[in-house]
Design a protein around this ligand. Sequence first.
Ligand code: NAD
Ligand code: ZN
Length: 373
Amino acid sequence: MTSDRWDIPVTTALGSPYAVRVAPGVVEELPELLSRLAPADAYALISDDRVFGFHGDRIRALLSRAGARVVVKTFPHGERNKIRSEWARLTDDLLAEGIGRDGCVVALGGGVTGDLAGFVAATYMRGIPVVQIPTSLVAMVDASVGGKTGVDVAAGKNLVGAFHPPRFVLADPELTSTLPRLERSQGLAEAVKHGAILDAGYMAWVRDVADQLLEGEPEATARMVARSVELKAAVVSEDETEAGRRQILNFGHTLGHALEAASGYRLPHGSAVAQGMILEALLGERLGVTRSGTSEALAEALDAVELPTRVNDAPSPEVLIELTTRDKKVRGGSTRYVLLEAPGRVDPGTGWSRVVEGETVRDLLAAECPRAV
Ligand SMILES: NC(=O)c1ccc[n+]([C@@H]2O[C@H](COP(=O)([O-])OP(=O)(O)OC[C@H]3O[C@@H](n4cnc5c(N)ncnc54)[C@H](O)[C@@H]3O)[C@@H](O)[C@H]2O)c1
Ligand SMILES: [Zn+2]
């Protein structure tokens, strides 16, 4: 990590490779990159109302410099709007505007916008190009790699969607200047996870510069985004289809998802994953798979980025265990866990995860999760 700008290649089995370009101010390169990598007859800028209010005019002006027609569509911010009816409305709006097969969607916003606008692009006239301009740390460090798009349905989150890799991604930390500190913390959960599974030095660095990252200091933020994208891209490029080593990205997510679901999705994803990572590190330590002290090192990093490291008001162990068996990553009825060997190293287990007996998980939860009274 020596320069102040990064061009990180992401290879995907479905679709062409693309680059995530990271640097403070990089959004100014939009007109030139569009002309070169995503030439179109018309650009449909899709954003949520909140992000559009902060950055819409600037991005619209940059888009019009690419020399094509620009159409703007917004939707109300929030996860609750990442749904089929918004997909349908946006799609109908683009049809009404006469956007054709030579159109291109530009998604400006957090992960909700990226997923929703990406899914509009994936399905519009059987697929038109999309360019992603993530504005939250979650969208920059996580959603910008892998090409997943989709919406939530009553049966669960992200259950309807498509792989639709973007033409390119522009991650400009300056756009996060308007992001609330709490949202910044949420994105840093995945950054700590990338360090925990792949690069102990990176995890320690995130801990050490946590204040700068929480303040949104552009150089530190760019460095963090670039390293996370590099780490995730290396794993995803190996294995596009979620089997195999890609599973290591689920570290902290088995119990994290259970905590999230048990809270009725009131617990934000990053906070749930922070608690899940601590519990799964403790689980590994109990099993003698994870070097002791690993959960403490993780807790120091998570604490520094203002994420919770203790589970309070947890539901019963039985409820949580039941929820882990509903996770889509469960294979053959038993719950598999990605366990660490030490900070920065995943236990190879059998296929990068291992089955853990319900009894062992129950004992851990009984010891570590104080019940609500
Ligand atoms: N496709 C993938 O691979 C992938 C990966 C991770 C997460 N996701 C999805 O991403 C979503 C979560 O992403 P998120 O946390 O970015 O949610 P989000 O898009 O709802 O953004 C969170 C909030 O921050 C606001 N916001 C975003 N950028 C801002 C900025 N620069 N200034 C001010 N406000 C800003 C948004 O309006 C919203 O209110 C979930 O739906 C999740 O499923 C997808
Ligand atoms: Zn996650």
